[in-house]
Structures are given as structure tokens and as C-alpha cells.
Design a protein around this ligand. Sequence first.
Ligand code: CP
Length: 319
Amino acid sequence: MINKFTCVDDIGDIRSAVEEALEIKRDRFAYTELGRNRTLLMIFFNSSLRTRLSTQKAAMNLGMNVIVLDVNQGAWKLETERGVVMDGDKPEHLLEAIPVMGCFCDMIGVRSFAGLTDKKADYEERVIKQFIKYSGKPVFSMEAATRHPLQSFADLITIEEFKTKSRPKVVMTWAPHPKALPQAVPNSFAEWMNRTDYEFVITHPEGYELDPKFVGRAKVEYDRDKAFEGADFVYAKNWSAYADPNYGKVLSIDPRWTVDSAAMALTDNAYFMHCLPVRRNMIVTDEVIESDRSIVIPEAANREISAQTVIKRLLESMK
Ligand code: CP
């Protein structure tokens, strides 16, 4: 029974979660009565393609009605911090907006990225925690400041579908990007991989160390070529620096970290993964992402399945 989903702990045993997800994938319309006359409100503070489409589709598969609110397009701009004198461009506070939103739905999905200017605020997950506290409804993350659990769950399902060894070697590699990106995807991927018995390696340039809480048992290897040796899955992602004093900064756009065919040749014919959107020829070359070992599209498709599994569990808890 769950009434929120913000991290791997909320899904419980990952083996049974994957089994349930694969059962849903075999017949995604088996539970169309579960969500009848229930409304999901999806709230986006940030842009999205996959999360928006897959989560809405997942909810509709379960018979739910769906309302989508883009907070920064058409709604009042929201103040998120308490104690602020609201004399600027934000006419409404989250503390009123959240309970009002709760009046019009049975469940809330929230996307709210890290601001990358205040590490403490980001890592306290202030926005999604306010939704959990004040909405009075089950809340799930559609990517919060420090985690993207629906993505990681879809990644895990994808690896389970494609793996040919019981304990594959999974390598998460940093790759260059022109803008500062949050650590939510790599944090979350590491958190989920640490729940498996896979061999799990993280490789990145010095200065890009993630929060040790997420790194967990992973082996950190600064030599990317060495990390790629024998890999069965290469999971590429950019992230900005976590460590002080460089929190949220871009320290490098070194093109030697772009995932190219030469790097993939070091692996055991690894599958290439990325959560998307991806900047071609920054993160990964055209050749690699278009190769027959690239599984970015089935990975994205599994976002519907991870979302449906989570929403189904939340609905079952409401009965
Ligand atoms: N991977 C992912 O979350 O994609 P969107 O940002 O397009 O939702």
C-alpha cells in the first residue's frame, strides 16, 4: 500500500514491481475500472515530452480522467518559499494553490526540477514535499529536484527485458552538455541500480562526484575506457556538479566524453540507453544512437508501463 511515490523505497521489492510492470505490459487495459471516476492532476513546473505523454496515457489506460496544468503557462506564477514578501511577479503562493488543486482531483503528479542555485533547498525537496503535506491526495514524482523515479523504474524494466546475463554490467557515464542539468536522473538511476544485484559502475570526470547517498555500492571509475570494458549496458547522462563550491555548475564539455563507436567497441556489445531528450553529438554520436544496440525508444516506451504500475498501486491504496 503506498500513498506517495518519490523514490525507490516507495515501490518496495523491485523484483515484484518489475513482475507487476511486465504483467501490465502484457495487458495494459486489464484495470480500466480501477480509475473510473477518478481524476489525475498532472502539474508541470518544467517542460516535458515523454513524462507528459506516458503518464497521461498510463492514467487513461486505468480509466482515469486527466487534467494537465502547466504552472508557468496560463496559471498564476507560484511563490514556493514561505516568508517571502510577495511584491514581485508571483501573485499566488503554493500554500494556497496546493490545497485548491487538491479539491479538483484524486491524485497529483508533480514535475519540479532543481533550481541548481540553492543545494540545501534542492536536496530538501521542498516543492514536492509541500504537495505531499498540503494537497491531501496521493502524490507522485514526475521528476523532482533530486530524483526521477518513474524514469529509473522504466530503465530497470528495460534492462530486465534486454539483459542476456543474470548479472549484467551496467555503466552510467557522464557525457558533455552545454547547459547545467540537475543530478535527478543519475541520482535516481544509481539508487535503483543499487537495489539490483547487477555489476554497477559510474564513470565521470573528476569534479562530477554525485551525492554518496546515491552512489552507494557503485564502483566509481574515472577512466571511462576502463569502465566501459565488458559493459552490457551503457547509460549516458549529463549532470552538473554536486560538490561544493561548484554545485550546479558546468565544469567541462570535454568532447572525449561523448559516447561514440570507439567507446562502445570497448564494451561487450553493450546496449546504449539514455532517458531523452538527448543532444546528439554532445552526449552521443548519431552513429551510436541510430545503431541496432540503441534501445532509447523501448526505454522511453516503458515510461507508460512504469507510470501505470505506480498509478495502479496508488489507486489500489485509495480503495
Ligand atoms: N525522460 C524524460 O523525463 O523526458 P521528458 O523530460 O520529455 O518528460
